[in-house]
Design a protein around this ligand. Structure first.
Ligand code: ADP
Ligand code: ZN
Length: 605
C-alpha cells in the first residue's frame, strides 16, 4: 500500500536546532577559525621584532598570560607567552608600536558576522536536512517518531488496489450488512446530505478476539477506496501525561486532511475504560479519553471521517464514549456459526495447496466454537503437517489432526502413561461419552483420543453438535452436567477410587450449575431473579454475585445438590451399561483412539 505524503514539522524544531548550532559553533569552531589567523611565536622573536620596529599593534593580555601583536601592516597576528620583563613597556614604546585592546576583533566586521552567525546556520541547516531525510527513509515513513514526541504514529494507507475487501471476510454477513451502509456513504456523501441524514461518527465493533474485527474495518476502507488510519488504543497511553492526548489530536488532524477516510482504533477499551472517581486514577488514560471525546465532538457530521473502534469488552467502556453522537452504533462480530466456519475454512484453504476431496463441512462441524483466527491457524497447522510428512498437498486427515493441535495442543511425544493410568483415562473418557450417548438430548461424540497433549490433557473427547444451538432447555443443561460428571463416575464404579483427572470437568459442571440457578432462573426457589451479572461476555464470561450473603449460602447449597443429583444419574447410567462401558474402554485402551462410528457400533451391537 502507498504511504501518504509527510506532514510538515512545526517550525519550532528548526529554530531550536539552529540556536543550538550557533552556540556550539561559537564554542567549538570559532576558536579554530580565528586561531588559524594567529601565529604563535616565541618570546625571542617578539623581542627581535620590537627591536627591528616591525610591530604594529600590541596588546598585553595579563589574564591569559600572553601578548598578542601584529606586524607593521596589521595583516598578520602573532601571539607569545608572557615573560617577566620589566623593560617591556619602555621597549615597546621605543619601537613605535601602538597599544591596542582589540586586535583579535580586528578582522573585517562583515567576515566576522559571516563566520559567527551565517556560516554555522548554513552548515547545520544542511546537516539537519540531510539527517531528517535519512531518518525518514530509515523509519519507513514520515509519521514515525524520528523527532517528534506526541505525534501519532497511525499507520496510513491509501487507496490500495490490493486492499482487503468484504469478500475476504467470510461469514459475518450481519456485520457486513451494517457496514455496507458506511461504504455507500463514503462513496457518495451528497446522497445522504440531501436528505439531511448524517452518518454516525463512530462505530463500535464488538466481539470475541480473532473474529475478524480488524479485517472488517480494513475491508470497509478497501471497499470505499478511502484512506485507512489504524492505531491501537494501547499505543495512545504513553509514559508521560499529556502525550496520549497530543497523539489523539495529531491523529484527527491528519485524518481531517485526508477525509474521506476511516480511522480504526483497535482495543479501544485501553483508553475508553470507565473513568472512576478515585484518587490516583490513571491521569494519562483519562486525559487521552477526554481528548478523544473532544475531538469526536469537534468535527462536524458528514465531514467524511468515520471512526471504527474494536473491543471485546464493551461493558467496560465509559458511557460518555457510547452516547449518541460518538460511538452510537454497535456492530456485533460474533463467533462464526457452522456455515460461517465452513466459509472461513474455504477462504483460508485457498491460500494453501489442498487436495480436491476435502469435506469442509465435517471440519467445520468438528471445530465448533473456533474463531476465525483459530480456523486460519488450523489450516496453517494442517499445511505444516503436510510438509512435515513430506507431502505436497493438505489432506482431510491433516485438517482433522490440526483441529486437535490448535484446540488441545500438540501430541506429547515422550509422555508415558503407566498401564494403570492409561486404563483409568480410558474409562474416564468413555464414561463421559457413554453418559452423553445414553441421554437422548446430548450430542454424540466425534472422536476420543487418550494421547497425552502438551496442554496437559490426558484424554480428549470431541463432541459434535449438528447445526447451531441458540437456546438450551433445562433438561439439556442438566444432561450436560451429568456428562461432565460421567468421567469421575466411571472411575469410581470401576476402580473404587477417584483421581485428579476430573478437575476441569468439575469446574465446567459447577459453572453450568451455578449459571442455571443465578442467571437462567432455573431453580424453583429463586425463580426469575438475577443473582449474578456477567462481567466479560466475550472473554470467558466470568460473573459476579449480586445478592446477600444468606442467598449466597442458599445458592451454594443448591449447586451442590444439583451436581450431586446429576452425578448419581451418571453413575446409574454407567452401572446399567457396565458391559458396554468395559468393552468401549478396552477398545480405547488398545487403540488409543475411537471414532464416533466405532463407538456407536460397539454401543449398538
Ligand atoms: P480481531 O480484530 O477480531 O481480533 P482479526 O481481524 O485481527 O481479529 O483477525 C485475525 C485473523 O483471523 C485474520 O487475519 C484472518 O486471517 C482470520 N479471520 C478472522 N475472522 C475471519 C473471517 N471472518 N474470514 C476470514 N478470516 C478471518
Ligand atoms: Zn473428564
Amino acid at each position: 500500500m502507498n504511504e501518504v505524503k509527510k506532514p510538515r514539522k512545526p517550525l519550532i524544531y528548526y529554530y531550536t536546532i539552529v540556536l543550538i548550532a550557533i552556540i556550539l559553533f561559537n564554542f567549538l569552531a570559532m576558536p579554530l577559525i580565528s586561531g588559524a589567523r594567529v601565529k604563535e611565536v616565541d618570546y625571542g622573536t617578539f623581542i627581535t621584532m620590537t627591536q627591528n620596529k616591525e610591530v604594529g599593534k600590541v596588546e598585553i593580555q595579563a589574564q591569559e598570560n600572553q601578548i598578542v601583536f601584529t606586524d607593521k601592516d596589521e595583516k598578520q597576528v602573532y601571539k607569545t607567552g608572557m615573560v617577566d620583563d620589566p623593560d617591556l613597556t619602555q621597549r615597546l614604546y621605543d619601537s613605535g608600536a601602538k597599544f591596542s585592546g582589540e586586535i583579535i576583533e580586528q578582522m573585517s566586521p562583515l567576515l566576522n558576522i559571516f563566520l559567527t552567525w551565517i556560516l554555522p546556520i548554513l552548515i547545520f541547516v544542511g546537516i539537519g536536512q540531510f539527517m531528517y531525510k535519512k531518518l525518514m527513509e530509515k523509519a519507513g515513513g514520515p509519521n514515525s517518531m524520528a523527532f517528534g514526541l506526541g505525534k501519532s504514529n497511525a499507520k496510513v494507507y491509501v487507496k490500495s488496489s490490493e486492499g482487503i475487501k468484504f469478500s475476504d471476510v467470510a461469514g459475518e454477513d450481519e456485520a457486513k450488512e451494517s457496514l455496507a451502509e458506511i461504504v455507500d456513504y463514503l462513496h457518495d456523501p451528497s446522497k445522504y446530505k440531501e436528505v439531511g441524514a448524517s452518518m454516525p461518527k463512530g462505530i463500535l465493533l464488538v466481539g470475541p478476539p480473532g473474529t475478524g474485527k480488524t479485517m472488517l474495518a480494513k475491508a470497509v476502507a478497501g471497499e470505499a477506496n478511502v484512506s485507512f488510519f489504524s492505531m491501537s488504543g494501547s499505543e495512545f497511553v504513553e509514559m508521560f501525561v499529556g502525550m496520549g492526548a497530543a497523539k489523539v489530536r495529531d491523529l484527527f488532524k491528519q485524518a481531517k486532511e485526508k477525509a474521506p477516510c476511516i480511522v480504526f482504533i483497535d482495543e479501544i477499551d485501553a483508553i475508553g475504560k470507565k473513568r472512576e472517581g478515585n484518587i490516583g486514577g490513571n491521569d494519562e488514560r483519562e486525559q487521552t479519553l477526554n481528548q478523544l471525546l473532544t475531538e469526536m465532538d469537534g468535527f462536524e457530521e458528514n465531514s467524511g471521517v468515520i471512526i471504527l473502534a474494536a473491543t471485546n469488552r464493551p461493558e467496560s467502556l465509559d458511557p460518555a464514549l457510547t452516547r449518541p453522537g460518538r460511538f452510537d452504533r454497535r456492530v456485533p462480530v460474533e463467533l462464526p456459526d457452522l456455515k460461517g466456519r465452513e466459509e472461513i475454512l474455504r477462504v483460508h484453504a485457498k491460500k494453501v495447496k489442498a487436495s480436491q476431496n476435502i469435506d469442509f463441512g465435517k471440519i467445520a462441524r468438528m471445530a465448533s466454537g473456533a474463531s476465525g483466527a483459530e480456523l486460519a491457524n488450523i489450516v496453517n497447522e494442517a499445511a505444516l503437517r503436510a510438509v512435515r510428512n513430506g507431502r505436497k498437498t493438505v489432506t482431510q486427515e491433516d485438517l482433522e489432526e490440526s483441529i486437535e493441535v490448535v484446540i488441545a495442543g500438540y501430541q506429547k511425544k515422550n509422555a508415558i502413561l503407566t498401564d494403570k493410568e492409561k486404563m483409568i483415562v480410558s474409562y474416564h473418557e468413555i464414561g463421559h461419552a457413554l453418559v452423553a450417548a445414553k441421554q437422548s438430548h446430548s450430542a454424540p461424540v466425534q472422536k476420543i483420543t487418550i494421547v497425552p497433549r502438551t496442554s496437559g490433557a490426558l484424554g480428549y473427547t470431541m463432541q459434535v453438535d449438528e447445526g447451531n444451538h441458540y437456546l438450551m432447555s433445562k433438561e439439556e443443561i442438566e444432561n450436560k452436567i451429568a456428562t461432565y460428571t460421567g468421567g469421575r463416575a466411571a472411575e469410581e464404579i470401576i476402580f473404587g477410587s477417584v483421581t485428579t483427572g476430573a478437575s476441569n470437568d468439575i469446574e465446567q459442571a459447577t459453572k453450568l450449575a451455578r449459571a442455571m440457578i443465578t442467571r437462567y432462573g432455573m431453580s424453583d426457589d429463586f425463580g426469575m431473579v438475577a443473582l449474578e451479572t456477567v462481567n466479560n461476555q466475550y472473554l470467558g464470561g466470568d460473573a459476579s454475585l449480586v445478592c446477600s450473603a444468606e442467598t449466597q449460602t442458599l445458592i451454594d447449597k443448591q449447586v451442590v445438590e444439583l451436581i450431586k443429583k446429576e452425578y448419581e444419574k451418571a453413575k446409574k447410567i454407567l452401572t446399567e451399561n457396565r458391559s458396554k462401558l468395559d468393552k468401549l474402554a478396552q477398545f480405547l485402551y488398545e487403540k488409543e483412539t475411537i471414532t464416533g462410528e466405532e463407538f456407536m457400533e460397539i454401543l449398538e451391537a
